[in-house]
Write a protein that binds this ligand. Structure first.
Ligand SMILES: [Zn+2]
Length: 371
């Protein structure tokens, strides 16, 4: 039996659930830290686990270039290579080919491109992407799709969506079902409700273990993103997990969970951790700011991470000013802890049937700040 998802409780459109995979179970709604090249940057796998994270993301594009899918397979797969026995979702490589690679040539069959690292030539098709993800031993494989540029006309978005739906069917055919593993399809259609609806219908006809929503958080703004979710989420199968790709800020997550999204990934907490931006229960702070130079208190008194338990804001400010690598390490840990605690709070609130009140209280604390 492939990967399954159980609906445990509902609160409005929000859902509490459990993913059952070959590599363990995961409570949803869930946030996946991004482990781009076989590592969640600046974190040991133990540290990632200690935050409560149970599902992480790996990037096919980066791993196929270095160290290569065959090398990962030779090293026992991504789980063993990076000491992460839990479930791993890999993207299809399509998004990063469009955003990072040089000299891309798209055709009906796939995309040919040059590595942004050394200029070497590579090709991705639905079949090749699914095969690479199998070699990586991804628990959740993503269908290969074309990431529609934003903004795009309705006509260009339709052509791109239709290409992605043909590739979704080819990804399904190429995927080898294994117990506890699964393949997710990706809904496309930009900001056009009718295209999103046609994409949802096409994907359901093919049939997947989960349904992702792609092509959002690419510059359209939160209001537009949420209106797309309002239109398309009710059209996705109710008994399968729903994954909003590349989202987002803590507020994006609160809003999307309320609309029925179960899974998220985003580079925000890790990238911010390397650039002195702290996500806290009292809002977002830049630790380079001089106001923190003498503050001998915890970054976030509600947070159990080692940074908040043992160090002062002033120390973290000092580490970033001196460009010590411990600064990004500690703040990445904290930011991931904050995101995991945000999700744990969301899950508890759904179980108690009080997500709306909980979300209002979380937002009120952000607005209050820490003065
Ligand atoms: Zn902390």
């Amino acid at each position: 039996m492939t990967l399954t998802w159980t609906h445990l409780a509902g609160d409005g459109a929000a859902r509490l659930g459990r993913l059952h995979t070959a590599h363990g179970t995961v409570e949803t709604p869930v946030f996946m830290p991004v482990g781009t090249a076989g590592t969640v940057k600046a974190m040991t796998a133990d540290a990632v686990r200690s935050t409560g994270a149970r599902l992480i993301l790996g990037n096919t594009y980066h791993l196929m270039l270095r160290p290569g899918a065959d090398r990962v397979a030779q090293l026992g797969g991504l789980h063993r290579m990076m000491d992460w026995p839990g479930p791993i979702l890999t993207d299809s490589g399509g998004f990063q080919v469009m955003s990072l690679a040089a000299l891309r040539t798209l055709d009906a069959d796939g995309v040919t491109f040059r590595s942004h690292i050394d200029g070497s030539a590579h090709r991705l098709t639905p079949e090749i992407s699914v095969e690479i993800q199998r070699k990586l031993d991804a628990t959740i494989t993503m269908a290969f799709d074309e990431c529609t540029p934003f903004p795009a006309t309705e006509d260009d978005t339709r052509k791109s969506m239709e290409l992605s739906m043909r590739w979704a069917a080819r990804s399904r055919a190429a995927f080898q079902p294994r117990p506890g593993y699964g393949l997710f399809g990706i809904n496309q259609g930009g900001v056009f409700p009718e295209l999103r609806a046609r994409s949802a219908e096409a994907l359901e006809k093919i049939g997947f273990e989960g349904y992702a929503i792609g092509g959002l958080a690419v510059g359209e703004g939160q209001e537009t993103m949420l209106s797309v979710l309002d239109g398309v989420v009710p059209l996705l199968p109710g008994d399968k997990p729903r994954y909003l790709m590349g989202v987002g800020t803590p507020d994006d997550i609160l809003q999307a969970v309320a609309r029925g999204i179960d899974m998220f990934d985003c580079v925000i907490p890790t990238r911010a951790g390397r650039t002195a931006r702290a996500y806290t229960s009292r809002g977002v702070f830049n630790l380079r700011n001089a106001r923190f130079a003498a503050e001998d208190r915890a970054l976030d008194e509600d947070c159990p991470c080692p940074l908040c338990a043992r160090h002062s804001r002033a120390y973290l400010h000092h580490l970033f000013r001196c460009e010590e690598m411990l600064g990004p390490m500690l703040l990445t840990w904290h930011n991931i802890q904050y995101y995991q605690d945000l999700m744990a709070g969301i899950r508890a609130a759904i179980a108690a049937g009080r997500l709306a009140a909980h979300s209002d209280a979380v937002r009120a604390r952000w607005a209050e700040g820490d003065q």
